[in-house]
Design a protein around this ligand. Structure first.
Ligand SMILES: C[S@@+](CC[C@H](N)C(=O)[O-])C[C@H]1O[C@@H](n2cnc3c(N)ncnc32)[C@H](O)[C@@H]1O
Length: 265
């Protein structure tokens, strides 16, 4: 059975309610999503984002048109050869959900001896990131405009990353939407395999309940060591610039929790 999803552009909340209902219905029909997939059925997955088709500015559009060939990566090209891609053997940082890319470009500019790969689903954000990278003369950065879950599954080799960064992922505040949060037991296990032994998964959030869930998932996961001396959170490292999202949170008086876990196995 093919589940055709024909969405209208309506409010995000309404759209995500519809998605929840559809996925729940599908899950009831099949014992598990995995089982249904094994049977060759197409299932609309629960995603960590709702695609917002915001308009591109002229600058973003130009950046995408003129620089995609050099900075953009395509999901359809499959598994990447990172050394060939960057022309060197430098350490590699993967950032998931970089928003408009301001802090990612800042980090890449400050560390030319490190290769950066960004993944973001929001097209204007990808355009803004490329535009800024070109303006700043950053050459150690490549970006995908695609779902990070699929990029991890299809494009990133195992044991290839020095760091994975996940800064201020969508918190999906309501309990019934927690299943949309990108951090889960499966996700952290997928990342563990993509990291080198000794590589670090760095998360930051300004939503306390999400920080607690991240900590729980990481503490239950095998093969990671918490880099916090108190076995919980770490202070914001100097290498992480304040993101646009975080600046806004600070103005609103939100706390911020950073977590860093090293792959040990
Ligand atoms: C709350 S914003 C934070 C953006 C940025 N990290 C910051 O701190 O300013 C979360 C971002 O993650 C992106 N995102 C959510 N799920 C994603 C996924 N599965 N793959 C790629 N990007 C994703 C969203 O489009 C959004 O831009």
């Amino acid at each position: 059975m093919v589940v055709n999803v024909n969405f209208q552009v309506v409010s995000n909340e309404f759209q995500s309610k519809r998605l929840d209902k559809m996925t729940d219905k599908t899950e009831k029909k099949h014992k598990t999503l995995e089982q249904a997939q094994q049977e060759g059925k197409y299932i609309r997955k629960v995603r960590s984002f709702v695609k917002r088709e915001g308009r591109l500015t002229k600058g973003q559009e130009r950046a995408l048109t003129e620089h995609w060939q050099t900075i953009g990566l395509n999901h359809g090209d499959g598994l990447i050869d990172i050394k060939a891609l960057f022309g060197n053997d430098n350490p590699v940082v993967l950032e998931i959900g970089f928003g408009m890319g301001k802090s990612l470009v800042e980090m890449a500019k400050a560390a030319p001896q490190i290769n950066f790969i960004g993944v973001e689903v929001h097209k204007p954000g990808v355009g803004a990131c490329i535009s800024l990278a070109v303006e700043q003369g950053v050459e150690n950065l490549k970006v995908y405009e695609h779902d990070a879950i699929e990029i991890l599954a299809d494009c990133i080799p195992e044991n290839s990353l020095t760091t994975v960064q996940l800064f201020f992922p969508d918190p999906w505040h309501k309990k019934k939407h927690h299943k949309r949060r990108i951090v889960s037991a499966d996700f952290v296990e997928t990342l563990r395999k993509k990291l080198n032994v000794g590589g670090v998964f760095h998360m930051a959030t300004d939503w306390e309940n999400y920080a607690e869930c991240m900590l729980e998932d990481m503490q239950s996961a095998q093969g990671y060591k918490n880099l916090s001396t108190n076995n919980d959170y770490v202070p914001r490292p100097d290498s992480r610039p304040l993101t646009k999202f975080e600046n806004r949170g600070q103005r609103l008086g939100h706390g911020v929790w950073d977590l860093q876990f090293e792959r040990v196995d």
